[in-house]
Ligand binder design. Structure first.
Ligand SMILES: [Zn+2]
Length: 502
């Protein structure tokens, strides 16, 4: 199949998968009919197509546009072939998510999808523990075995392709992301911020009323929910606030109708928000299940960053640059938006916080930022062991609990070892996105001042220089072009320190 034909077919396949995902994960359809889609498009996932993708990847002149596109297309081909193998498992998981309930010891029966929302909204540590014990039981019985089977199948399928020696080396070859170097940066970050983390965690847990050493991941959900700020972040005002912010920075929040907001509550909707680019740039869904409070604002802004990115990608770019590439880039645009909640003047302008509460909010934001980055550093170190293959599957839950607890100070459950895991090293995308986002923010401050987010010249620049480029460039390339610097954790540590001193 020639490249032009493959591009057209790959796009139509990706649109079908994305639409099905949107319908199923937003609760509009009870199940996801993924296998039927893979069957319909079987001829672009056959061995000849794979061989063609490998050939284009190996033969393209180093550094050329053809090489750039060929790497993305091969990565897409590998992911899609593996996804086809995993489709029956994913279908089972979607069905399970929609029907599973948790049974709490006191007799309550709650949809599985609501468990994490209810835990985050609970004021009592014993209630959180009861809810989380019930949730973990369902995970252990149903979701964990399914995910373990999925992981095994994914690892075997990738290794069988023979593109590089093992899963991790194949990921590096296809993504261009050096895992070992990033893992070393994570270890350094964890070490460098350890003392800072320990002291801020002590202080926060004392204020929260949960003794250190007893704090669990369930407690962390409630802690970071920050209910004490709810009154300043009313759900009724959220959409208007976000629209006003976009208008003030010179961006159309709906991209002339290409972006659709699906932000109401609906049974069957996943608790984790997402953005579905069904057709790029013409049809993009932003899906959010509200929990209440400030975290909804952050989530909405995050998904809006994705939606605006896909909704403003250049329509004349090839399939690869609009749809594929390094997701660290889209994650960094999402974070560029959600990190407005770390800006004092933004909070004063768009929320109900006054100066005093804004300062308290920002100190907490520094704590939360440090927690999440440390958690993702730990996740990557753990996931490298999951995919690396040197550690036995039965031992991995112990490794998970140990690494995550050491980095965060919260107690983790063995049951979550294969569920709390972003497959295909998606954690690398988040980590690099954090790094890139902080550089982009600094670059925007240099160009458009501290309050670039309400400068009507900033939006058109962001749209034209960043969003329109799709994901043609890697995170490192965007950083060099837009901010003139290499991505690293250094500016993030600076930012966290300044937040903690607010
Ligand atoms: Zn995201």
């Amino acid at each position: 199949m020639n490249l032009e034909r493959l591009r057209a077919r790959a796009q139509s396949f990706t649109e079908d998968v994305s639409r099905e995902g949107y319908l199923a994960y937003s609760g509009l359809k009870p199940e996801a009919a993924l296998q039927a889609i893979y069957e319909r498009h079987a001829d672009i996932l056959d061995d000849d197509t794979l061989a063609g993708c490998i050939e284009r990847f190996r033969n393209a002149a180093a550094g050329s546009e053809a090489a750039r596109a060929a790497r993305m297309m091969l990565e897409w081909q590998v992911e899609s072939r593996v996804a086809r193998r995993l489709a029956p498992l994913d279908e089972r998981e979607v069905a399970l998510e929609n029907e599973a309930v948790i049974r709490v010891a006191d007799g309550r029966v709650i949809p599985y999808q609501r468990a994490s929302i209810d835990i985050a909204n609970s004021n009592s540590a014993s209630d959180r523990r009861a809810l989380d014990t019930a949730r973990a039981r369902v995970v252990e019985e149903s979701f964990a075995p399914l995910r373990l089977e999925r992981l095994r199948c994914e690892r075997d399928a990738v290794q069988a392709l023979g593109i590089a020696d093992g899963y991790n080396a194949t990921f590096e070859a296809l993504s261009g992301i050096p895992l070992g170097a990033l893992a070393a940066e994570c270890e350094t970050f964890l070490r460098d911020t350890d003392a800072m983390w320990s002291s801020v965690l002590d202080e926060r847990l004392r204020a929260f009323g949960v003794p250190r050493g007893e704090a669990t991941r369930a407690d962390s959900l409630a802690l970071f929910r920050r209910r004490e700020f709810d009154d300043a972040f009313p759900e009724s005002a959220m959409e208007e606030v976000v629209r006003r912010n976009c208008a003030e920075m010179g961006i159309d929040a709906n991209a002339a109708g290409r972006i659709v907001f699906d932000i109401g509550d609906r049974p069957g909707k996943r608790s984790r928000a997402f953005c579905s680019p069904v057709r790029v740039p013409d049809e993009v869904y932003l899906v959010l299940r509200p929990r209440g409070g400030q975290s909804d604002y952050g989530t909405f802004l995050h998904e809006l960053g994705h939606a605006l990115h896909f909704g403003n990608a250049r329509a004349d770019y090839p399939f690869e640059y609009r749809w594929l590439g390094d997701n660290s880039v889209t994650e960094s645009y999402a974070m560029l938006f959600d990190h407005r909640l770390q800006q004092r003047d933004w909070l004063l302008r768009y929320t109900g916080l006054d100066r005093k509460r804004a300062a308290a909010y920002l100190r907490f934001a520094g704590f939360e930022e440090l927690h999440f980055i440390r958690r993702y550093c730990a996740k990557l170190l753990y996931e490298m062991q999951v995919y690396g293959g040197a550690v036995d599957w039965n031992t991995l839950p112990d490794v998970y609990v140990e690494i995550l607890a050491a980095a965060t100070g919260f107690e983790y459950r063995r049951a979550d070892a294969f569920v709390d895991l972003d497959s295909r090293f998606y954690s690398t995308r988040y980590l690099r996105a954090w790094q890139l986002q902080s550089l982009l923010d600094e670059g925007l401050v240099n160009r458009f001042d501290e309050d670039w987010w309400r400068n009507p010249a900033a939006g058109p620049w962001i749209t034209g220089e960043l969003f329109a480029q799709g994901q043609r460039e890697s995170a490192g390339e965007v950083a060099l072009r837009a901010a003139g610097a290499e991505i690293s954790f250094v500016p993030l540590i600076r930012k966290i320190e300044s937040l903690l001193e607010s």
